[in-house]
Design a binder for this molecule. Structure first.
Ligand SMILES: Cc1cc2nc3c(=O)[nH]c(=O)nc-3n(C[C@H](O)[C@H](O)[C@H](O)COP(=O)(O)O)c2cc1C
Length: 431
C-alpha cells in the first residue's frame, strides 16, 4: 500500500482552557499568568487557548464565593494582548449571546481575527441563570429555548456581517430582519482572515447538541471518558447530516484534566493530594450545600453525609452551571460514601472535580488520549490544568513528545490560522 492509499491516521487536537476562577494559585487578572499559559500552549503546538467566562461573580448563600473574589477580566481584551505575544496559537473567548449585540461582538471578533492573523475563536454560551440577567439593563432572563433561539440567530447574523465585505475588500450593505434582531447598515471591519472566526459551542442538552450540529466548528463537552465519549460523539456527529454538513465539519473536544507521575501509584497520590488541597473542610460542606440546596454548616465535614434529601431546585449557589439532577447526585454520593466508608470531605474528594481525569505515567496518559481519539470518543481534548499558570508545562514537556512519537500529534504548526490547525476547510455552514 502506498502512502497515498493508506488511510490517514486520526490525529489529536489539543487545546488549553483558562478556568474562569481557580482556588489554587495566582489571581487570573495578572497578564503574566495568561502569558505563561499561552506561551506554554504554543510551545506544545496546541490548536488554541480558550478563556472561560462568567458575567457575575458566583455567590454562595448571598455572599461572593471565596474563589471568585480575584475577579474575572474580559476575555476578548485579554486575547488581544495575547495575540501580541504569540504567533500561531488560536485564541478563543467565551462570550455570551444573551446579553450582547451581534454588531458589536462580530466587530470585536473580526478585529481580533485581523490583529492575530486569523486566530480568533468564539465560544458561544447562553448564560444559564436569571442571577446573571440582573447585571444587565434589560434585566430578567429569557427562558432556555428563547436563549438558544437568540444564540442561533446571533451566530447567523454575525456571519452575515463578516460576509458583508468581499474577500477583496469591498463593503456591501447588510440587512437582517429576524425574530430577535432587526438591523441594517454597513459593517466597519473588512472580512476576517479566516472568513468567519471559529465558532465553539459548549452545551450538553438536546438544544445544545442540535445547535452545535447546525452551526459550530468545535464542540466543547464534559464527555471525556471512553464509553461516555463514544456515545456522545456518535450522537452529535450523526446530527450534522440534516444541516448539510459532514461529521468531519465539527471537532468534538471534551474538557479533561491530567495528573502525571513516575508510576501510576505516584500519579494517583498526586491527584488525591491536589484534591485534598482544593477541598478544605469548609469547601467540602459548600460543595455539599450546592447539591442539597440547604445550609449544612452544622454538619461535621469529617462525619457522615446528611440523611435528609436535597431540595429539588437548589438555589443556595448562584452563577454556577448545574450538573444534573441533585437528588440523583446525592444518591450516588451516599452510595459512594457507604461503599468506601467515607466522610463528607472524603466523599467530595473521591467524587472528583466533575471533569474526566487522565491519571498515570506520561506513557499511559499518551496511550489513553490517543485511544480515545482513535476510537471516536473525541477529536481531541481541552486540557484544564489543576495548577495555574504552570500546570500545563509538565504535559507539554512529557506527554506531547510521546504523542508525537506515536504519530498522533503534529510536530510543527502546518498552517497559520486556527481554522487550519483544526483541519477545517472553510467557514461553517449557514447558522
Ligand atoms: C464544557 C463546558 C464549558 C462551559 N463553559 C462555560 C463558560 O465558561 N461560561 C458560561 O457562561 N457557560 C459555560 N458553559 C455553559 C454552556 O455554554 C451552556 O450555557 C449551558 O451548558 C446550558 O446549555 P446545555 O443545557 O446545553 O448544557 C459551559 C458548558 C460546558 C459543557
Amino acid at each position: 500500500m502506498t502512502a497515498r492509499q493508506r488511510p490517514r491516521r486520526k490525529r489529536i487536537h489539543l487545546a488549553a482552557q483558562v478556568p474562569g476562577v481557580d482556588n489554587t494559585s495566582r489571581p487570573w487578572i495578572e497578564f503574566a499568568s495568561f502569558e505563561h499559559l499561552a506561551r506554554t500552549a504554543e510551545r506544545g503546538l496546541f490548536d488554541f487557548l480558550l478563556l472561560a467566562d462568567g458575567l457575575r461573580p458566583r455567590e454562595h448563600e448571598g455572599r461572593i464565593d471565596g474563589v471568585d473574589v480575584v475577579g474575572r477580566p474580559e476575555p476578548l481584551t485579554v486575547l488581544g494582548a495575547l495575540a501580541a505575544v504569540t504567533d500561531r496559537l488560536g485564541l478563543a473567548a467565551t462570550v455570551d449571546a444573551t446579553f450582547n449585540e451581534p454588531y458589536e461582538l462580530a466587530r470585536r471578533l473580526a478585529t481580533l481575527d485581523h490583529l492575530s492573523g486569523g486566530r480568533a475563536g468564539w465560544n458561544v454560551v447562553t448564560s444559564s441563570d436569571a442571577f446573571t440577567g440582573e447585571n444587565f439593563r434589560r434585566g430578567g432572563h429569557p427562558d432556555r429555548s428563547e436563549r438558544f433561539s437568540r444564540a442561533a440567530e446571533f451566530v447567523a447574523v454575525a456571519r452575515e456581517l463578516w460576509d458583508s465585505w468581499t474577500p477583496d475588500g469591498v463593503s456591501r450593505p447588510f440587512a437582517h430582519r429576524g425574530r430577535h434582531f432587526d438591523i441594517a447598515g454597513e459593517f466597519t471591519v473588512p472580512r476576517p482572515p479566516q472568513g468567519h472566526p471559529v465558532v465553539l459551542q459548549a452545551g450538553d442538552s438536546e438544544e445544545g447538541r442540535e445547535s452545535a450540529a447546525a452551526t459550530a466548528d468545535v464542540m466543547f463537552t464534559r464527555h471525556g471518558t471512553l464509553e461516555d465519549g463514544r456515545a456522545f460523539y456518535a450522537d452529535v456527529k450523526k446530527r450534522l447530516e440534516k444541516y448539510g454538513r459532514t461529521p468531519d465539519d465539527l471537532r468534538i473536544m471534551p474538557a479533561v484534566t491530567v495528573v502525571l507521575g513516575a508510576t501510576v501509584a505516584e500519579a494517583r497520590e498526586r491527584a488525591a493530594g491536589i484534591r485534598r488541597q482544593q477541598i478544605s473542610p469548609q469547601q467540602a460542606l459548600r460543595t455539599l450545600e450546592r447539591i442539597w440546596g440547604v445550609d449544612l454548616s452544622s454538619y461535621d465535614p469529617d462525619g457522615p453525609l446528611p440523611e435528609i434529601d436535597p431540595v429539588p431546585e437548589p438555589a443556595i449557589a448562584q452563577g454556577r452551571p448545574r450538573h444534573g439532577d441533585s437528588v440523583a447526585v446525592a444518591e450516588k454520593w451516599r452510595a459512594l460514601s457507604k461503599e468506601k466508608g467515607l466522610s463528607i470531605r472524603q466523599t467530595v474528594i473521591e467524587a472528583g472535580c466533575g471533569r474526566p481525569s487522565f491519571i498515570g505515567t506520561p506513557e499511559a496518559v499518551a496511550a489513553e488520549l490517543d485511544a480515545c481519539v482513535r476510537r471516536d470518543a473525541a477529536d481531541g481534548f481541552v486540557l484544564v490544568p489543576h495548577l495555574t499558570p504552570g500546570g500545563l508545562d509538565e504535559f507539554v514537556d512529557r506527554v506531547v513528545p510521546l504523542l508525537q512519537e506515536r504519530g498522533a500529534f503534529r510536530t510543527e504548526y502546518e498552517g497559520a490560522t486556527l481554522r487550519s490547525h483544526l483541519g477545517l476547510s472553510g467557514p461553517a455552514g449557514k447558522g
